[in-house]
Design a protein around this ligand. Structure first.
Ligand SMILES: [Zn+2]
Ligand SMILES: [Zn+2]
Length: 147
């Protein structure tokens, strides 16, 4: 194991970039209805990182934060709208996993509010998996990692 593991991330337009020092245990995924709305998908996927190990490299002044409720805020890039890492409590930054630039090397370690997940968050019978678009190479029927 490297003594000084470092990972980089960025928003879609590239205005904001950051780095994380040290090991990351894995991804937390929240399936609650708030996170579904905010992500527009199945929910939010985050890395819980101690503040001292997270550093903005560029664009820290390019963030906009929406205080939806006192306990629920959303931070996005002003230009491209990418959901961004946010200072979520006194000790931690919650880093949006989709903004990482490279593979993480670990998967999801905690699913929270799984009891509230969308009823469509599952494969329908015969779901097809395409490596890219439907016009590309032929599909696999059923999850390719489980066949
Ligand atoms: Zn951006
Ligand atoms: Zn949530």
């Amino acid at each position: 194991m490297f003594a000084c593991m470092r990972r980089n991330g960025s928003c879609l337009c590239g205005a904001l970039t950051y780095e994380i020092d040290g090991e990351i245990a894995g991804v937390w995924m929240c399936h609650c209805s708030n996170c579904r709305k905010v992500s527009g998908g199945t929910g939010n996927t985050i890395l819980v990182v101690p503040r001292a190990r997270f550093h903005w490299l560029t664009g820290a002044d390019h963030r906009v934060t929406y205080a939806v409720r006192p306990t629920y805020t959303i931070t996005r890039c002003k230009t491209c709208g990418t959901p961004l890492p946010a200072d979520e409590d006194e000790q931690h930054v919650y880093v949006t996993a989709g903004t990482l630039d490279e593979p993480l090397g670990v998967g999801i370690i905690n699913h929270i509010f799984y009891g509230s997940k969308a009823d469509w968050e599952r494969d329908a019978d015969g779901a097809r998996y395409f490596v890219e678009r439907t016009t590309g190479p032929a599909a696999t029927v059923g999850h390719p990692d489980q066949t």
